[in-house]
Design a protein around this ligand. Structure first.
Ligand SMILES: *Cc1c(COP(=O)(O)O)cnc(C)c1O
Length: 430
């Protein structure tokens, strides 16, 4: 058995972490186990989870119902190929997704990660347009400050600056970028907010297959909330210009914004919808791309006659089974009440931070709280301080933000906010 120090050393010398450096690795903590909203480090320290492991663990960790669902499924089959076979977990999950998502979305593609579900969405849009005799409509339009994943097709639709597109320019499709939606869920919408989108559509709709956007909340591209009226008007523009709308709900799906799906704030139905992250309650990697019958049938009448995608682990039964259980749990738990309670607590606990000299903006929507600092925070400095205070957050850029598991208690959430405030005060005093 290697000591903890030896393992951390091996990790630093040999293992990539998300967006990590091999030569200047940032502090990495060793986890022993997780339970509920607590993350326990190997040295015994307990941290309140403010990140839901990047939007995923809505029911907390080590949930007995999710564990049981997986245990039951493992004894039958953890995987079987999806070409030529189907199974109850895939059928039951797809039935739930078709029922719960806006009506019109009727066909489900079960992929293995969020980025892949975005690739699938883009390929669906391109194949659909080609099947209508419009192969020239092959580009993707989007807004700045977006985030849609790290594979090439998805990356090409991420914000060009934060996504460092110049590094990959030669190998990546060049997509079309409009201005980001103006900040503010409650900000009154003005038609001029969409001038940049309209301008782009007027000039490029002929070559555009689809418009992709994160509904209501731009996540990794800046934790920005925007108006439902903007989204509704955007959906209308896309229709008017004969461009499909792809809603990327990988982060927002399953209640995070206060609606089960964020598109419901605007009362729209996209042509294609991507889901991931919270889909399995944070237990297994799984994603889904849903599309309308119109898109699905169009693709199937096209040149290929089939949709050209089929990952090895498509429809993984273990992941599908636990996703069914997670969705059932979400509905039984009255997620809507959980999220609005979190929203209230975040609002009252975080608003005093608006007075701090180092804080530029505090914003809350659903189970998401965002503190935007005036200066970028140094992760290597702030992360150990947060851990010292007994909480787990993962700030990036100027943003210190939280999206806790829905099962967090009021006391735990207040503790999370107090600890975060204490660290911001420490930094300010330096
Ligand atoms: C996380 C995320 C993705 C990518 O999902 P992965 O599972 O990390 O590939 C895509 N879109 C949005 C909006 C996301 O938040």
């Amino acid at each position: 058995m290697y000591t903890e120090t030896e393992q951390l050393e091996f990790d630093a010398n040999h293992i990539w972490h998300p967006y990590s450096s091999a030569t200047n690795p940032s502090p990495t903590f060793m986890v022993e186990r997780c339970d509920g909203v607590m993350i326990e480090l190997t040295d015994g320290r307990q941290l309140i989870d403010g990140m839901s492991s990047w939007w995923c663990t809505v029911h907390g960790y080590n949930h007995p119902r999710l564990n049981q669902a997986m245990t039951d499924q493992i004894t039958k089959m953890s995987h079987v190929m999806f070409g030529g076979f189907t199974h109850n977990p895939a059928v039951e999950l797809s039935r739930r997704l078709v029922e719960l998502t806006p009506s019109g979305l009727e066909r489900v593609f079960l992929a293995d990660s969020g980025s892949v579900s975005v690739e699938v969405a883009i390929k669906m849009a391109i194949q659909y347009q080609a099947s209508r005799g419009k192969p020239q409509k092959h580009r993707i339009m989007t807004v700045r400050n977006g985030y849609h994943g790290d594979t090439f097709g998805a990356m090409a639709t991420c914000d060009p600056v934060t996504g460092m597109h110049h590094l990959f320019q030669q190998s990546m499709p060049q997509q079309l970028f409009a201005d980001a939606p103006p900040l503010g869920f409650d900000r009154p919408f003005q038609s001029s907010d969409l001038d940049s989108v309209r301008h782009l559509l007027e000039h490029h709709a002929e070559e555009t297959a689809a418009f992709i956007i994160e509904p209501i909340t731009q996540g990794a591209g800046g934790m920005r909330f925007y108006s439902p009226d903007y989204l509704a008007a955007l959906a209308e523009l896309c229709k008017a210009f004969d461009v499909l709308l792809i809603a990327d709900e990988i982060a927002t799906g399953f209640g995070r914004t206060g609606k089960l799906f964020a598109v419901e704030h605007a009362g729209i139905c996209p042509d294609i919808l991507c889901l991931g992250k919270a889909l399995t309650g944070g237990t297994m990697t799984l994603a889904a791309t849903l599309c309308t019958a119109e898109v699905a049938n169009g693709i199937s009448h096209g040149e290929a006659g089939v949709f050209m995608h089929g990952p090895t682990f498509m429809g993984n039964p273990l992941a599908c089974r636990v996703a069914c259980e997670s969705i059932d749990l979400l509905l039984e738990n009255n997620w809507s009440q959980q999220v609005s309670q979190i929203e209230r607590t975040l609002n009252s606990a975080l608003s005093p931070l608006r007075q701090h000299a180092s804080v530029a903006n505090v914003r809350v929507l659903g189970a998401m709280g965002v503190i935007e600092m005036k200066q970028p925070v140094d992760l290597n400095e702030i992360q150990p301080r947060l851990v010292e205070q007994g909480v787990w957050l993962r700030p990036f850029g100027k943003l210190i933000y939280m999206m806790p598991p829905f099962v967090i208690t009021q006391a735990e959430l207040e503790q999370l906010c107090r600890a975060t405030t204490a660290v911001i005060e420490q930094l300010q005093q330096q």
